[in-house]
Design a protein around this ligand. Sequence first.
Ligand code: 5HY
Length: 244
Amino acid sequence: MLLRLVNPNTTASMTALIGAAARAVAAPGTRIDAVQPSFGAPSIEGHHDDVWAAAGVAEQVRAGEALGADAHVIACFGDPGLHAARELARGPVIGIAEAAFHAASLVATGFSVVTTLARTCVIAEHLVVQYGFERRCRGIHGTDIAVLELEDPASNARARILDCAEQALARDRSGAIVLGCAGMADLCTSLQQRLGVPVIDGVTVAVKLAESLVSLGLGTSKRGDYAAPLPKPYAGLAAPYSPG
Ligand code: 5HY
């Protein structure tokens, strides 16, 4: 199967990191195309970044459909453009936050989220409510590490995330940690070994969920709100993305 992995920010090195994490768990028959939009923010750290990221996701899902992608993963913890992408796609579209929340709920009665800047916690809070996990998510914690700092060895990101996770487990009385950024995917295994609890990276969970759904013949429902967008001429810079 062809799985199109969309990093909604425009940082190629992060796309490569996310792609490597996905390929490490992908089944032998799964080809991972790791891509990013041709426009938008280098990192997604707030509502304004999120708007442009959603448009970039739509651009890349449209391209994936033209290439015959069997599934898409949106590899950003805000799941930007998820519902629009599901209108465009035939196959499953999995957001890494939604995937991580489901996985965490299967291995612990309560989980904590450790993410990047404190200001992005509200986006995760909105998703917890939107997806119906209020009773399972015990806390959302920012480390005040900027997304692109994750790649900088001088940021000491791993130690700061570990410290935040240890405090979250104690304060929230939770049993699992959800990593709140696709750029943390490469830290998952080592953090789990240190913490001794399940640590969930949404990128790898989303890849396996997409594979499972495709293997079961389950694509996005086209009845109701995920039906294809209504044909209409968009204006201005959106014109090339007109549906229909
Ligand atoms: C992400 N931003 O996974 C989110 C993390 C965040 O550019 N990729 C980004 O801070 O919301």
